[in-house]
Ligand binder design. Structure first.
Ligand SMILES: [Zn+2]
Length: 204
């Protein structure tokens, strides 16, 4: 990004189709196969323009630049945040699995504030209408940790958690979903459900 000249930045601004502050902003120039906006600088390789938008807003672009709106062509800096490849995949997963999983930065901060006030993820989910898992991930710092200051730590399971795992697995919920919700590995869930660990609790 430091290779950008002031001409490149001017060219960037000229190609942005600005809409309302909370809407997705379009891009007048080329897009790549994935739908990401491209900016061709005066010299050197082309840039993905949403990375420039994020860079100009946040001061750095991160290993990758993620969209909260799941619209790869969008260059509204409010919809962009610097992340790593893992957060990008996580956010995409969530957006794919849940219709209403996209939270704006303001909504994310509201969720974080409610959680700090002592509300549970379920209560926040019911109050704001976001899926519980989306709220849970934010409160645990699995997503948007850079924004909320919440730090994600793998937790140790309690006996109640273990029983919950078995109940949820038997009711047909996927291993990945249970694992990410409880902040443990897929293997842990498999091992519990197969009776390899925690047998004293589950009786399997
Ligand atoms: Zn957008």
């Amino acid at each position: 990004m430091h290779r950008l000249t002031s001409e490149d930045i001017a060219k960037f601004h000229a190609a942005v189709i600005k809409r309302g502050p909370d809407e997705c902003w379009g891009w007048l120039c080329a897009h790549d196969k994935g739908g990401y906006p491209l900016l061709y600088p005066a010299r050197g390789r082309c840039f993905r323009a949403h990375r420039i938008a994020s860079y100009l807003e946040h001061g750095f672009a991160g290993a990758c630049t993620c969209h909260t709106c799941n619209n790869p062509g969008c260059v509204n800096p409010k919809h962009l945040y610097p992340g790593d490849n893992k957060t990008n995949a996580t956010d995409r997963d969530l957006a794919g699995r849940h219709g209403k999983s996209k939270t704006t930065h303001e909504q994310t901060l509201t969720i974080a504030a409610m959680y700090r006030d002592g509300k549970s993820a379920s209560e926040i989910s019911a109050a704001l209408g976001f899926p519980r898992q989306v709220v849970y991930r934010i409160c645990k710092g699995k997503t948007f940790g850079w924004l909320t200051g919440f730090e994600y730590t793998r937790r140790h399971l309690t006996p109640e958690d273990v029983l919950q795992v078995v109940t949820r697995y038997r009711s047909g919920e996927g291993v990945a979903s249970i694992a990410s919700d409880l902040g443990v590995s897929h293997d842990t869930i498999w091992n519990i459900c197969a009776g390899r660990i925690w047998r004293n609790i589950t009786g399997l």
